[in-house]
Design a protein around this ligand. Structure first.
Ligand code: SF4
Length: 187
């Protein structure tokens, strides 16, 4: 049989087409099969405020079952309008890292007694009572009657405090007669 150039091109085209169709068969079958995953997953979205600094950016946390899927900036929030700085974007790592619970996250107070080398785990009740007792004792033992204040206690705020927390902390310190109020950003 003699093949001219046109016949050769026709036969080559048919052969290539058949080969491509044959190789696609498994994919075609896979696409036709019903999906194993539900199209809708029951995720829950909760709006929150970033815990890292007093800018107070708004964020939306998306959770599925026990895990957090993502945390993104809240586009409706008047402060950040959807943007988050790198700290805010990494907020999910407080709870989990690479899908696993964050093993370094502290969930109970740690206490190191004076001159001790090791930290002990304490309950929140013990910690709050101990702090309150020490503040009261220090204040009572170092009260300046003429100035109506104590110079023995200082308060150091942190960048994680938000506006409301700063307001309450300042009120409490003023009520206690504490005059040395500072913030870590000014030291
Ligand atoms: S740490 Fe970043 S994202 Fe969080 S409140 Fe401050 S600026 Fe906003």
């Amino acid at each position: 049989m003699e093949l001219n150039r046109r016949d050769f091109l026709k036969l080559s085209g048919i052969g290539t087409g058949a080969a491509v169709a044959f190789s696609l068969l498994p994919y075609t079958a896979a696409f036709a099969a019903p999906r194993e995953f539900p199209l809708k997953r029951k995720v829950k979205e909760t709006s929150t405020v970033c815990c890292y600094c007093s800018v107070g950016c708004g964020a939306i946390v998306t959770a599925y079952e026990d895990g957090i899927i993502k945390i993104e900036g809240d586009p409706d929030h008047p402060i950040n309008e959807g943007a988050l700085c790198p700290k805010g974007q990494a907020m999910a790592q407080i709870h989990q890292v690479n899908g696993e619970p964050n093993q370094y996250r502290l969930t109970k107070p740690l206490y190191r007694a004076p001159n001790a080398e090791d930290w002990e785990e304490k309950s929140w009740d013990w910690m709050i009572e101990t702090i309150a007792r020490r503040v009261k004792n220090t204040r009572d033992n170092n009260w300046n009657n003429s100035a109506n204040r104590t110079d023995a206690i200082a308060s150091l705020g942190g960048g994680e405090l938000d506006n409301e927390e700063c307001y309450l902390l300042t009120k409490m310190n003023r009520a206690l007669g504490v005059v040395y109020l500072e913030h870590c950003a000014r030291i």
